[in-house]
Structure formats: C-alpha cells, structure tokens
Write a protein that binds this ligand. Structure first.
Ligand code: NAP
Length: 484
C-alpha cells in the first residue's frame, strides 16, 4: 500500500517556545519527517522564537541536535537535514515585552499562510495573541496553534477563549489535542462510518459496555509541580479521554468536515450525566524500593491529587441510554498502553448449550503500542470432540497491513501541523467543546474537594487501586488486562 503525500502550499511557521522540550522532541523532528516525505514546499519558512540569545546558525545547530537525539530513525544521508535546516531561522522575542517583535514581523512573508505555534506555558497564550495583533501579524491568513492545557477549569478556559477571540476568529484557532492526530483515532471514524458492518450494532441494544484505558509506566518525573496542580482528571480525562469518548459515541456527522464533526462531539459532551461519587476511583502510586511514590515525586506528603482515575460514565441519549463507559488512566501502571474496547452483548440464545461457555465479540482499537484493531470472534475450537467454542482475534496491526509504508505514517504532531497549514480544523477542539468538557469535570473535582476525598494508594507496576477492579466487578464485568 503506498501512502499519498500531498504537498502543502508555501507557508511561514513561527514556533514560540522553539527552544523548549515539546519543540525539540516532537514539533521539529516531525517537521523534518514531513520535509523528507516531500510534503514541505521549497519556499516554506520555519522560525523559532524564544527569549534565549541565539542567531539563525545557533538555532539550526539546536534543531540539528534535537533531530539527531529525538528523531525516530537515523538521519538520512544525502544532505536532507542541511536542506531542511536552511529553511529555519530564529528570532529572539519575549512574549511579555517588546523585544524582537518588529524583527519577527519583518521576517514574515506577505500573502501566504502563516501559522504561529504557541509552544509555551499557557500563561503566555494571551500575551502572544495580543503581541501578534499589535505588530500586525494577526491577519486573516494567520492561524494560531494552542497547546494544552487549555484552561484549568471552566472559568479560566472561558477567559482564555475570550482573550484569543479578541484578535482571532474561531476559524483561525487550532486547539491541539495530539490524541486526535493519531492514525488509529481517525481510523475509528473510518471503521464506524466507512463500513456498513459496525454502525447498526453501535448502540445500547448490542453494546454491553465500552472501556477506554490510557496507561503509562512513567511517574510524574520532573513535572511534579505542574502535575500536582492538575491530576489525572485535568491532565488526561478532560481532554484526551473525553475526545476518544466523543469519537466512539457521537452520531454520524453529515460530512467529514470540521464543524459537522465537532457539532456531534459537542452533543456527546453535553449528554454526559454527572458522575456518582461511588463510580469514581482515584489513586496515587506507592513508592518501591527503587523509586519514590507519588507524594515524594511532587514533594508534598499530604497531596490529594490523583495519579490514577477510573470512572463509570453514562451518556443520556437514545443511542447509549444504559450503556456504561468505563474510563481509566494512570501513571506508573503495569504497561504503557492506550486502547478502546467495545464489548458487545452475548448472543441472545446459545444453541450450543451452557457448556459452550460465554463468548462475546470485542472490538479493540489500539492506539499504542502497535496501532491497530482487533475483533474477537467466536469460532469452533479445531479438532474432534464435539462443538467447543473459542474466541480468536481477527487482527489488523497497521504495521502488518501497510507493510514497509507503515514507517511513513505521520505521527500525531506531524499530521496536525500539516492540517493547520492546510486550514483543516476537523481534528482540533472548538472553543465550545473545551468549555463543555470543563463544565462536566468541574463539579466532579469540586466534589472531591468538598468531601476531602483522599486517593487510594496503589502499587507501582499494578493495574491501579483494588477499588478500580471492584468498579467493574460490582457490575459483573472485568477490565481488560493492562499489557504492552
Ligand atoms: N513537553 C511536552 O511533552 C508537552 C506535551 C503536551 C503539551 N505541552 C505544552 O506545550 C507547551 C510547551 O511545553 P514545553 O514542555 O516545551 O515547555 P518548556 O520546555 O519549558 O519550553 C518553554 C519554551 O517557552 C519559551 N519561553 C518561556 N518564556 C517565554 C517568554 N516570556 N517569551 C518567549 N518565549 C518564552 C522557552 O524559551 P526561553 O526560556 O529561551 O524563552 C522555551 O522555548 C506548554 O504549554 C505545555 O503544557 C508540552
């Protein structure tokens, strides 16, 4: 299978925070991959912008080092990296001051798409929008890309939306959630809406429940200070898991177009029921002999922030009434894995008798590792000895299906940046979606504070607190195993 590369029009991309962790680890190596794939036109210009003192050559060296360190494969021979670096420049700017802004506006090319990536702390988003306007760079061809976190609660998200809206139209604002850029997440839409097979079964009549798991093996590491103010709810559920939930649960949009898709996602968020306190389990990972526990990591022995969250969620609409969605995410768990499992109901009657056991179809959508999909189907166990049933996976790992081309599938950041240049907002969150998500999460978080809720401790390397297993057991269900 040969993947098609459609070059984009010439563009200017300014990366505010161009010297930071995200730019060096993801954005710049991703852009280099797009360059190697032939998607970036000759005239494209990429400008790093930050306060550090540096000239163009210094920045090119920084980017060369970043690509060599963080690129996923060895740099190709033949001068590709030099050719890419030749498109790069650097301007020293302070988001909160006046330094460098005139120089930046001089470097911007007239009459072409210009994208400004806000890869800086969220407290600077408003300053950047204001300065872009002040120095004449907020024209109709300008787009801004805003990183997470988008607000800390509904109030701050609304305030941020209002600040950005002063200078940019909603069609110019790209709120990034890199989960939406993952190949499998888009495949979820292709599978649902490109096949006749699944959609008739995709409802409360045929689906017993849905599980979404996003598990990490790492702890909070050096991000302890930031993380302890957020926790799993703000850091993962309000954005990434919520977006996955929307794509699983939404009605078919009339078209695969930004507002059609986002309208349907918004309806899902608005249909979420408030969550009962006993349908939520929060946890904090314990110390091991070798590694500190959550509270040591965040240097607060009394911290009540959760590094793990499991919850049962209901969507009040015709399609999903009565079908539970179980969401689970956490740090320092057994394996690094992200998957969605759609567990279908039992066949209404077993012609094979009780001894054939219970068999269910499960559609598993794996986001990582080994992006792909598996459908568990029930077949006869081979061999003599009567009719015994067994579940076998129909497996589609993309790496197998796409062959050597699997390597060329762009990663989430690459795809999303190219979408910004093309002006396609389908995979970006709209302002009202983000606000609706906060409107649902805020009362849950407020409830924990009001009840002085203390997260349960769980063993590092486990599947989370025991109580999270009970959340499913009580309903006669079981989490899928967390495994790589
Ligand atoms: N790192 C990740 O994996 C990740 C993942 C998801 C989201 N994010 C989000 O992405 C954003 C950037 O994160 P990061 O990890 O890259 O942070 P970081 O490593 O701390 O980098 C921050 C960048 O902002 C620049 N900067 C700071 N103050 C500035 C100012 N006043 N004016 C201009 N530039 C300024 C810094 O350079 P100077 O000090 O030279 O100015 C640096 O380039 C944050 O919103 C974060 O939440 C990051």
């Amino acid at each position: 299978m040969v993947s098609r590369v459609i070059p984009v029009d010439p563009f200017d991309l300014v990366i505010f925070g161009g010297t930071g962790d995200l730019a060096r680890r993801k954005i710049l190596p991703g852009l280099f991959r797009r360059f190697c794939a032939g998607q970036m036109p000759e005239e494209a210009q990429i400008i790093g912008a930050a306060r550090s003192e540096m000239d163009d050559d210094g920045y090119r060296q920084l980017v060369r080092d970043a690509i060599e360190e963080f690129g996923d494969k060895p740099v190709p021979e033949g001068g590709a990296l030099d050719a890419f670096l030749a498109r790069l420049g650097y301007v020293q700017v302070d988001a909160t001051g006046t330094d460098g802004w005139e120089e930046l506006s001089r470097r911007i090319t007239e009459d072409r798409v210009r994208a400004f990536y806000f890869s800086v702390g969220p407290s600077l988003f408003g300053d950047l929008a204001e300065r872009l306007h002040q120095y004449g760079m907020a024209s109709g061809q300008s787009r801004i890309v805003v990183e997470k976190p988008f607000g800390h609660d509904l109030g701050t998200a609304k305030a941020l939306n209002a600040v950005l809206a002063q200078h940019f139209d909603e069609t110019q604002i790209y709120r990034i959630d890199h989960y939406l850029g993952k190949e499998t997440v888009q495949n979820l839409m292709a599978v649902r809406f490109g096949n006749v097979l699944f959609e008739p079964l995709w409802n409360a009549l045929y689906v017993d429940h849905i599980q979404v798991t996003v598990a990490e093996t790492v702890g909070v590491g050096g991000r302890g200070g930031y993380y302890d103010k957020s926790g799993a709810m703000r850091d993962m559920v309000q954005n990434h898991l919520m977006q996955l939930l929307c794509l699983i649960a939404m009605e078919p949009p009339a078209k695969f177009e930004p507002d059609s898709v986002r309208d349907e996602k918004l309806k899902v968020i608005r249909a979420l029921e408030p969550v009962e306190p006993h349908h939520i389990v929060r946890g904090q990972y314990d110390a091991t002999e070798k590694e500190p526990g959550y509270r040591e990591d965040v240097e607060d022995p009394k911290s009540r922030t959760e590094s793990f969250l499991a919850m049962k969620v209901h969507i009040s609409n015709w399609r999903w009434a009565g079908t539970p969605f179980y969401l689970r995410t956490g740090k320092r768990l057994r394996a690094r894995t992200s998957e969605i499992a759609v567990v279908f109901k039992d066949a209404p009657h077993s012609i094979f008798g009780a001894e054939a056991g219970r068999h269910r179809n499960v559609l598993i959508i794996r986001l990582q590792p080994n992006e792909g999909m598996t459908l568990d189907v029930t077949i006869k166990e081979p061999g003599p000895g009567g009719m015994r049933l067994v579940d076998v996976p129909l497996d589609m790992t993309f790496a197998d299906a796409l062959g050597p081309d699997a390597d060329e599938v762009p990663d989430a950041y690459e795809r999303l940046i190219m979408d910004v240049i093309r002006g396609n907002q389908t995979l970006f969150m709209r302002g009202d979606e983000v606000e609706a998500a906060w409107a649902w999460t805020d009362p849950i978080i407020a409830g924990w504070a009001a009840r002085n809720d203390v997260p349960k401790t769980y063993d590092a390397g486990s599947a989370g607190p025991e109580d999270s297993l009970m959340l499913m057991h009580r309903d006669g269900r079981k989490w899928r195993e967390i495994k790589a």
